[in-house]
Write a protein that binds this ligand. Structure first.
Ligand code: GRF
Length: 197
């Protein structure tokens, strides 16, 4: 079974959805670590409640971004992490982690990329008046939500829907799509490894 580290900065509803998928037998992985850059993030409580270790550190505790990512990378390597799963981690991944975990860092974004990258994607789509928005899962590269797309799900915006209602539906879509996509991706990658053998 592959080992996952989940990186998150806030509420952690996607963290919770991934844990539930593991508990329900829909995602055959070990979640071995939560990495969090905010001491007061609710996701830390969620990890505690299910007995998953947290590594909490802020870039402010380190002289440089490289040094910050180096300690995170060490924590991941000590636990034999195979994939890094970003779930509301509000920082750009730098070259230190990108080189160590090349093509093994995955992010979820609440829009149909390349539309509405960056922060406030749901709100921007809503305000723009687009009729369809959605969720994208992609590999992470050095850009802001620019990596190769792995999966997408469309969420049509209903007439007279409020932003809050849309947000709820986007998050529900995320919680279903993320575990399923990770399960498929790992299965596909394992298949490729076995093919080479
Ligand atoms: C999600 O909308 C995700 O797409 C984005 O950040 C949000 C995190 O929500 N990257 P949560 O912390 O998982 O509840």
């Amino acid at each position: 079974m592959r080992n996952l580290a989940i990186f998150a900065s806030g509420n952690g509803s996607n963290f919770q959805a991934l844990i539930k998928a593991v508990q329900d037998g829909l995602l055959g992985v070990n979640v071995v670590l939560l990495v969090c850059d905010k001491r007061d993030a609710y996701v830390i409580e969620r990890a505690k409640a299910v007995g998953i270790s947290s590594f909490i550190t802020s870039p402010k505790d380190h002289p440089s971004k490289e040094a910050y990512e180096h300690v995170i990378s060490e924590q991941c390597q000590a636990r034999n992490v195979d994939y890094i799963i970003l779930a509301g981690y509000m920082r750009l991944i730098g070259s230190t982690l990108l080189s160590t975990y090349h093509n093994r860092i995955i992010n979820i974004h609440p829009s149909l990329l390349p539309a509405f990258p960056g922060l406030h994607a749901i709100e921007q789509a809503f305000e723009k008046g687009v009729k369809v928005t959605g969720v994208t899962i992609h590999y992470v590269d050095e850009g802001v939500d620019t990596g190769t797309i792995i999966a997408q799900a469309a969420v049509p915006i209903k007439a007279n829907e409020s932003l809050d209602e849309l947000e709820v539906r986007i998050h529900q879509t995320e919680h279903a799509l993320y575990p399923r996509t990770i399960a498929e991706l790992i299965e596909k990658n394992e298949g490729a490894i076995n093919d080479v053998k």
